[in-house]
Design a binder for this molecule. Sequence first.
Ligand code: 5HY
Length: 244
Amino acid sequence: MKILVINPNTTGSMTEKIGVAARAVANPTTEIVTLNPNKGPVSIEGHYDGAYAVPGMLELVRQGEAEGYDGYVIACFDDTGLDAAREVARSPVIGICEAAMYTAAMLGTSFSVVTTLPRSIGIIEQLAMKYGMERFCRKVRSAEIPVLALEAVGSDAACRVRDEVKNAIAQDRAECILLGCAGMTDLAQWLSSETGVPVIDGVAAAVKLVEALVGLGVTTSKVGSYSFPLPKPYIGDFAQFQPQ
Ligand code: 5HY
């Protein structure tokens, strides 16, 4: 099978890191392709960035459908544009936040999330409610680091994430920890061994869940919420995105 893993921001080093994590867990027969849009924010820190990441991300999903991809991962912990992507795709589309939450809910009775900036906390709390995970989610915490600090060699970002993970275990009674940013994907194994607690990386979890859905032979339902977009004119610069 062929899975397209999309980093919706436009930072290539993060896309490469995501690709390494995805290929590390993929089956040998699964081809992983990682892409990011050539337009949009270099990082997604809040709703406005997220909104302007969606057009470029959707363009990649539409191209993926034309090229016959079997499934998609949206590798941003805000699950940016997930529902819209499911409208344009028939193949399964999984966001890394939902993948991490569903996975953690099968490993313990509670989890906490450690994300980057405080402004992302509310977005992830809303996703927990959207996915029916509020009874598992103890707390969404911030390591108080910009997303791109995770790309800076020698930064203390990883240590700040580790410290907040330890706080979550000690203070929230969290039985699992979710890494609340795709840029943290390379920290999961280290933090799991440091803490003795399952630390879930949404990128890896999403890849395995896409493989599972493809293996089941199931695709996104196109009879309701995720029906293909209705053909209509889009005016101005967005004419290129209008549904056919
Ligand atoms: C992400 N931002 O996974 C999100 C998470 C965050 O550019 N990639 C981003 O920290 O808001």
